[in-house]
Design a protein around this ligand. Structure first.
Ligand code: TEU
Ligand code: CA
Length: 551
């Protein structure tokens, strides 16, 4: 595969959530020296890029997504010398590193905010969004999106926690400060950024009230802070002022972005970002009212949605491909079967994603089939979003059991339990007391066991990653959904020149048969590329069976 300026199109990215990846000094918190110890493991897996969740100085109200100093390393994670050492070790292994850029908001302990809240006359006042009266927006982390400050008798906006005040991107001075900070990291030699809720940075100038029905306490501000009027201008300015000067990749996290938005964000001729994280496929098991209101996935919805994104961006932009990250429950528990068919369904889900067009993202532990967790007590949970929701829903009369069911199913701590390295105490993550409890399935689900088992999910991921390098059709080919209305099978084909792939995924715990004659005929004629059972190729797919066939 040719290496070119669009190297990120052929790359597979591995996300590290540093707090939970590997603890090197026994304080129960993952750290940078711990990451360095595991770089050979990532090289063995075959990933090309590491996306490092925030390691900057932070009071950890939102586990590092509340930054107090963009150019200092969080003490618990180590020092700037550790960071430089890690970057050097990553590059030595011919891997790349992208950092998490969190510039929709800072921590309320950031020097800019400390100045901004001190007086209405400070030059930093307009680095943030202050109003004499709030609108009706609610925060993503429960409660109002405005906090009253007694020093200057005004309210500041915080879409997330009250310790995460939103930055005012209308202020050109603020924007220049952000670009300078980006340059500090790029001049160190990092290879790009994942940009946190970057489509929130342009807000509707009047900040109008959001719609709400009578029983809702707060309005939905998202139409006024997502994909706002100047978002493309800001992203293009960032590109021209900083990013275009370096051979880097960028991925914008964009809740609420549609395929049409994504075409504008990722069209290479517009010089904004290379790709975006969308959320549509991650909301298909949410009932009205948001993620905590549960509904089962209806497979045709998932097929239709992913097909829509594949065809919309083909030859126009570029997709990211993900099931997991530090905000999402673990996919083998969510769309697979982590009890009876954990290995088969993890492999099937990986195949379904990795044969699509786009850059695949693997979240730590996904490659060994780590599962969701159920802590007995709320005290065992750490995530501000979860804890705030619990208390808010309790006060609204929800039962403990109902709320815990939502947490077990959709809570972000499902993804944040420590990486399971072996079957020793705490899964080999720490010799101390982990900051969050380890998932007790570490005894059977861990890296050591995976590396010793040639049929493990790990080696299956390793094969998927290498196939992307061997088969141009995966990176370049067109996408067409097959068996559109089938409620158990996700089937699609890829075409590129005279190369042709068929991908079949049984998303159910039952045997299903393929009745479609043309497809059956191709299945007989084509060669098996990869599968998670000994291929029978009889037109029957066993529970969670996946098979990829090539002409
Ligand atoms: O997440 C953006 C975001 O909207 C998430 O909060 C997500 O929608 C929600 O968590 C689903 O439950 C980014 C970061 O990935 C997240 O970890 C941060 O908490 C958030 O921004 C604020 O920085
Ligand atoms: Ca540590």
């Amino acid at each position: 595969m040719k290496k070119n300026e669009h190297w990120w199109k052929q790359s597979v990215v591995y996300q590290i959530y540093p707090r939970s990846f590997m603890d090197s000094n026994g304080d129960g918190i993952g750290d940078i020296q711990g990451i360095i110890k595991k770089l050979d493991y990532l090289k063995l897996l075959g990933v090309d890029v590491i996306w490092l969740s925030p390691v900057y100085d932070s009071p950890n109200d939102d586990n590092g997504y509340d930054i107090r100093d963009y150019q200092a390393i969080m003490n618990e994670f180590g020092t700037m010398a550790d960071f430089d050492n890690m970057l050097e070790e990553v590059h030595k292994r011919d891997m790349k590193l992208i950092m998490d850029l969190v510039v929709n908001h800072t921590s309320d302990e950031h020097a800019w905010f400390v100045q901004s809240k001190s007086s209405k006359d400070t030059p930093y006042r307009d680095y943030y969004i202050w109003r004499s009266l709030p609108n009706n927006w609610g925060s993503v982390f429960s409660g109002p999106a405005w906090e009253y400050d007694t020093t200057t008798n005004e309210y500041y906006l915080h879409i997330f926690s009250k310790k995460q005040p939103d930055l005012n991107w209308e202020n050109p001075k603020l924007r220049q400060e952000v670009y300078q900070m980006m340059g500090f990291w790029l001049n160190k030699g990092i290879d790009g950024f994942r940009m946190d809720v970057i489509n929130f940075i342009s807000k509707h100038p009047e900040l109008p009230d959001g719609s709400k029905d009578k029983e809702q306490q707060y309005g939905d501000g998202s139409p006024y802070f997502m994909n706002g009027p100047r978002i493309h201008e800001f992203l293009h300015e960032m590109n021209q002022e900083v990013l275009s000067k370096y051979p880097v990749m960028t991925v914008g996290e964009m809740p609420g972005a549609s395929p049409d938005d994504a075409i504008l964000y990722t069209d290479p001729n517009r010089n904004e970002v290379n790709m975006i994280f969308t959320f549509e496929h991650m909301d298909l098991d949410s009932a009205p009212g948001g993620k905590w209101n549960l509904k089962p996935l209806y497979l045709p919805d998932l097929k239709e949605n992913l097909a829509k994104w594949q065809t919309a961006l083909h030859n126009k932009g570029w997709n990211s491909l993900y099931w997991n990250n530090h905000d999402q429950p673990r996919i083998v528990s969510r769309f697979g079967d982590d009890q009876n068919y954990r290995v088969e369904s993890a492999k099937m889900l990986a195949t379904c994603l990795h044969f699509m067009q786009g850059t695949p993202y693997i979240y730590q532990g996904e490659e060994i089939g780590m599962t969701n967790v159920k802590f007995d007590s709320l005290e065992d949970y750490r995530d501000i979003e979860t804890i705030n929701m619990y208390h808010e829903r309790k006060s609204l009369g929800y039962s403990h059991e109902e709320i815990m069911t939502s947490i077990y199913t959709k809570g972000r701590d499902n993804a944040r339990t420590p990486m399971q390295w072996d079957d020793s105490e705490n899964g080999g993550f720490t010799s101390g007391t982990p900051w969050i409890k380890v998932n007790q399935r570490y005894k059977e689900i861990n890296v050591k066991a995976a590396l010793e088992d040639p049929n493990s999910i790990f080696y299956f991921y390793k094969r998927l990653i290498s196939l992307r390098k061997e088969m141009d059709i995966i990176v370049e080919g067109s996408f067409e959904l097959l068996l559109k209305d089938n409620t158990e099978i996700f089937a699609y084909e890829r075409k590129w020149n005279d190369d042709h792939l068929i991908v079949l995924c049984n998303f159910s715990h039952s045997e299903v048969s393929i009745e479609e004659d043309v497809l059956l005929k191709k299945m007989q004629e084509y060669q098996v590329v990869i599968s998670n059972y000994e291929p029978l190729n009889t037109g029957i797919l066993r529970p969670y069976e996946t098979i990829v066939l090539r002409k």
